[in-house]
Ligand binder design. Structure first.
Ligand code: BGC
Length: 761
């Protein structure tokens, strides 16, 4: 069915279907009536104005475009805006909309509150490594609370793009490589931001699922590049988190920059109408990404006006930045290339969003200046961020139990990340104010008090001049110093210490949007520093800052302890102190595979076996699927992370060997804390379908339990498997399971598992 035909059908649909995926309720009826009455009064120009979303320019998240927002509001040319910071300014713009326009329709105010507004949580990839659904939800709740106190009604989050390629900088913004975990966390974000009753609540905001679709599969890991994959793969591996967010009631969806099947996602009717709205029942509003309609000209698809028409007819409702839904759309309507009903439908969805936010009840709902002072960066929010940050750190290695550090030790904290306040939060925190945050050095000193003496040296620059042939334009490498002098200072400080903590890694600008890398090692100057520190013979802890899995071949062999702290947010310093000194026992587990070599990418645990699998890991064999120069698997697998304590897994038991139709199997595994600390363990369950219509992955995560065990305590951990856990999309995109043999695996990570088999009837 073409967009036009579908449109006619849609116009004939019940109002409830057009208004949201939740079941029809009395309030839907009220909303529909309210909006219909309002739209009866609206001119075409006013309706098109609602579809336009310019950038304010206080914050920069894309190529800069100048917009005089106040004038645009008076001319009734906008439905909302984004990238403005400051509650007074936002309040004044709302006043202009309400008091100086004919119908006084309030504006929606968007922002990228990706992992916090001013209290900054760890980057999303790090948050996912907590495997703590409640913590992720709590981080989203606090982000919403702070955003809403500062004029923001709409966050462009969660980003749930599955990514299996560490070269892509935006891997930092998502939940890693796994569709099951990605779905669980997508739901947690949506619930945290939107709460239970958005219309009544002052502390919740509208979420925006992004980037629909497949942006995380950008070819070669190069940002904005095309994606190209089979539908089987889309439906089984990449779509589940988007769908989960829709089912959790996300109010809006953002289209992605990339093409899917050659068609830019923003104008991809199959994605937006057939899949998102048709199959998944999404009833909310679809917005483009930053100028993605404008970019269709350079994609080689259409000039601005035609691109706008294509996007509109494909089901996009609101245009971020390009302006194509305004005057060009009026022309398109008069020429007959867009139907008035379609414009009405888009306008209705924008107005519904405002209604659901309660903006028609109180346009100034998010402009309470008293709340801004009270709820922003409060002691309570910061305490939560500190606690949550500590849960996201992943202990990759701990030889000789170097960690936790012994009280009374003299510590040399060395590295360009150690005293860099503006580097703590990662690149997606445009609303944060780093001047208020402590650096790692400051935070650690405050956290450890007199338990330890902390000496400091910067040690090196982030990288040497000329590390990249392109000369890393746009990357702020933090302050530069003389390479030799920095190293000499570091050696002098190291000589006085009992233990060295090397705070090294990527700087924030090397990660995130438009930060693809082909060399994913620790940058050169810091590698040299680390090697020099290890050569001193003193114990070295590598405290790794990164927004992506890095290649750590040398480090994993030569550095005794590695604690990956990602970008931990505004409270990083204190949280790192908590973990290094054992106040908090690390429990994070990787949600994305760390490769041995960049040449393995894309790399992920849920591989399909091939007809010639690698029978002898680590040994090269002709005519099987392996590399001459590298094992197939990653250095650190998905699900991996150590603790200061140790957990022992007993034998897994199944309560039956046959899963009857409509029934279930219970899987039980005893887990005991046999170490010296109380601690948290995340027990993981995987399955494998041995024979199916299509080749299926050798392992698929289907459940996890995050449990706290005191020293010496043990517990039976149980999982219930039903036929739903076995289902997948076959080549005809039929969602089904196959009767027959399955494996079930349980373990502390995706590599280290015990296996049993069962049969499904
Ligand atoms: C990014 C989006 C973001 C938008 C608005 C774009 O460049 O891709 O993730 O929400 O800008 O800031």
């Amino acid at each position: 069915m073409t967009g036009m035909k579908k449109l006619f059908a849609a116009v004939g649909m019940s109002a409830a279907l057009l208004c949201g995926c939740s079941p029809v309720s009395e309030s839907d009826g009220e909303m529909n009536r309210f909006i219909s009455e309002l739209m009866d009064k609206m001119t075409l120009h006013e309706k098109l104005g609602q579809l336009n979303l310019p950038s304010g320019g206080d914050l920069t998240t894309g190529p800069i475009v100048d917009s005089d927002l106040a004038e645009m509001i008076r001319r009734e040319e906008i439905g909302g805006y984004f990238n403005v910071k400051g509650i007074d300014k936002i309040r004044e713009l709302q006043r202009i909309a309400v008091e100086e326009t004919r119908l006084g329709i309030p504006l929606v105010v968007g922002a990228d509150i990706i992992h916090g507004y001013q209290t900054i949580f760890p980057i999303p990839l790090a948050l996912s490594c907590s495997w703590d659904t409640a913590a992720v939800r709590r981080a989203a709740e606090i982000s919403a609370k702070e955003g809403s106190a500062n004029g923001i009604s709409w966050t462009f989050s969660p980003m749930v793009d599955i990514c299996k390629d560490a070269r892509w900088g935006r891997i930092a913004e998502g939940n890693g490589e796994d569709p099951y975990l990605g779905s669980v966390l997508a739901r947690a974000y949506v619930r945290g931001y939107q709460g239970e009753n958005l219309r009544e609540s002052e502390v919740n905001i509208m979420a925006c699922l992004k980037h629909f679709a497949l942006y995380g599969a950008s070819e070669s890991g190069r940002d904005y590049n095309l994606t190209d994959m089979s539908r089987v793969r889309m439906f089984n591996e990449y779509f589940p988190p988007y769908r989960a967010a829709v089912e959790a009631g996300v109010g809006t969806v953002m289209t992605s920059f990339n093409t899917v099947d050659g068609i830019p996602a923003t104008a991809n009717e199959w994605l937006l109408e057939d899949v998102l709205r048709g199959q998944w029942g999404f009833g909310g509003m679809v917005v483009t990404d930053y100028n993605s309609i404008g970019e269709m000209a350079v994609h080689g698809v259409a000039d601005l006006k035609k691109a706008g028409i294509m996007a509109m007819n494909a089901g996009t409702d609101m245009d971020m930045v390009s302006g194509s839904f305004l005057y060009p759309m009026a022309e398109a309507l008069s020429e007959g290339s867009v139907l008035e009903e379609r414009i009405d439908e888009a306008c209705r969805r924008v107005l519904e969003m405002k209604y659901k936010l309660g903006l028609f009840d109180n346009p100034y709902k998010y402009c309470d200046t008293l709340r801004a002072a009270k709820d922003t960066y409060s002691a309570e929010n910061r305490a939560e961020a500190r606690r949550i940050a500590a849960e996201t750190f992943v202990l990759l290695k701990n030889e000789g139990r170097l960690l936790p550090l012994k009280p009374g030790s003299r510590i040399a904290l060395i590295g360009p990340m150690a005293d860099a306040r503006n580097n703590m939060c990662g690149m997606w925190s445009p609303t944060c104010d780093p001047s208020q945050h402590q650096s790692l050095l400051e935070g650690m000193r405050a956290a450890v008090g007199d338990k330890a003496e902390i000496l400091y040296a910067k040690g090196s620059n982030v990288y040497y001049d000329g590390q990249t042939e392109k000369g890393a334009v746009g990357i702020r490498p933090l302050e530069r110093g003389d390479d030799r002098q920095l190293l000499a200072e570091a050696m002098a400080v190291a000589a006085r210490a009992d233990v060295i903590i090397a705070a090294v890694g990527e700087c924030a600008d090397m990660t995130g949007e438009s930060a693809s890398r082909t060399d994913i090692r620790i940058p050169d100057a810091q590698r040299d520093l680390l090697q020099a520190l290890v050569k001193t013979g003193k114990p070295v802890v590598l405290l790794l800052f990164t927004g992506r899995p890095l290649e750590l071949a040398w480090e994993s062999e030569n550095v005794p302890a590695i604690l990956n702290v990602w970008f931990g947010g505004s409270e990083t310093g204190a949280a790192v102190g908590d973990v290094l000194f054992g106040e908090t026992v690390p429990s994070g587990k990787l949600t994305t595979t760390f490769p041995r070599s960049v040449g393995q990418l894309p790399l992920y645990y849920g591989q399909v076996n091939t007809g010639r699998p690698d029978g002898e890991p680590g040994v090269f064999n002709r005519y099987v699927s392996n590399y001459i120069d590298c094992p197939n698997d990653g250095l650190y697998p998905f699900g991996y992370g150590l603790s200061y304590t140790a957990f022992e897994y007993g034998e897994m038991k199944l309560d039956a060997e046959v899963l009857p139709q409509g029934g279930s199997i219970t899987v039980t595994v005893p887990v005991k804390n046999v170490g010296d600390f109380d601690g948290v363990e995340t027990v993981q369950l995987y399955i494998r379908d041995l024979y199916a219509d299509i080749a299926r992955p050798v392992k698929e995560l289907k459940g996890f339990r995050r449990i706290f065990l005191r020293k010496g305590e043990s517990r039976d951990v149980t999982f219930t498997l039903t036929a739903d856990d076995l289902k997948y999309y076959n080549a005809d995109l039929v969602y089904k399971y196959d009767a027959g043999d399955f494996q079930v695996m349980v373990g502390p990570d995706s590599r280290n598992v015990q296996t049993k088999t069962f049969m499904a009837e």
